[in-house]
Design a protein around this ligand. Sequence first.
Ligand code: HEM
Length: 405
Amino acid sequence: MTAGLLEAPTADWVHLADLYQNPFPIFERLRSESPVAWVPEAGRYLITSYSGVLAADVDQTTFSANEKKSLMLRAMGHSMLRKDDPDHQVERRAWQPSLKPGTVKKVWKQKFAENADRYLDAYIDAGSGSDFMQGFAAPFVAENLRALIGFENASEADLQRWSQTLIDGAGNYPDDPDVWAKAKQSSDEIDAALEEMIQWHSGRPGDSLLSYLLRSADYQMPLESIRSNIKMTIGGGLNEPRDVLGVSTLALLSSSKQLELVLRDPKLWGAVFEESIRWVAPIGMVPRQTVVDTELDGYFIPRGAKLGLCILSANRDRSVWSDPDRFDIERGSEAHLAFGKGVHVCLGAWAARSQVADVGLPALFSRLKGLRLDPNQEATHGGWVFRGPLSLPLVWDKAVRSELA
Ligand code: HEM
């Protein structure tokens, strides 16, 4: 160990089941006792301070994304998310055209608005008291993602099933054979659907991810990489916007002051989005592995160590935000780390902002009059690697159906 550096303590009091239920008090204690700690149940050093998470995220030469024996590799293949530059950069560039802000504004926002109309009608049909997550948030964002990727031969239900089973595979630390079987089944279904779509998109130029990718003049991505990057995008592009819709709806319905602010000034929907992902980061933890002996926040970390950068925790660090557990759309949340800050910074950020802040939330609050939390059914929450509401029952007095209906 290098002189002058602290030894990271073992935090054997941290249990994954408790993290899943409510990670915030555990993270608070870790940040105050030791923001770099070895957590045996996670098999990782958990990094919980804002400064530590940021420093590791922006230094890929020391903190590699190419983690050895990552379960994500087995579930989805070797996508750009688990590569370092220059290999990562080549694939990332090819993924950008359909997700960049101009394309989102010009093409996708309208598509998202049509989908919001359609899935809000379906939610209204399900009736006051039904679950917002399954009734609107999940099918709405799954249909958006289906269109963005260009899966003309799949349904939103396919996207939901694929996404969940692949994520379950990537987190299958107990090595449950049933979880592997379901992930493999989805992986095979995606490969088959992709094969058909590669044919379909040739000669039909469009704005979808697959369409841009397949007609690129300067780079032909190998099939294996297309497959793994599509699986990673399905695993990573669905539950996060879904969970932000749930978290922001819950937060606004829990504070009449915050809700009044945004209803009076619709320009604040963007602030609602940013504060929601600061408050509950949908991707709570991202893995990294050290390439050399190094340090973070003054703690020694050996070469080859597996780390968990805990974004959920960093976003509530008191050294950056006052009263961080409070949801406050006036605080200025932009420094949050929810999209990452390094070379892997989220490619879908503009699509996520558009479907949630420009379209989904304004439509929900304008069409469901007297919207409130169901007093007879509690919302449920879970997760620390990914976190969001599991169920969110809502009630309303009157619903306005879309003009399409
Ligand atoms: C609020 C919603 C979202 C959040 C909070 C989020 C968060 C993140 C984070 C933290 C990363 C970096 C992970 C790491 O470094 O290991 C990431 C990467 C990525 N995200 Fe998102 N994401 C969101 C929505 C989306 C959507 C809707 C899409 C696609 C339509 C998407 C596509 C991607 C891709 C392709 C990457 C990999 C980028 C790279 O490796 O260079 N994300 N996202």
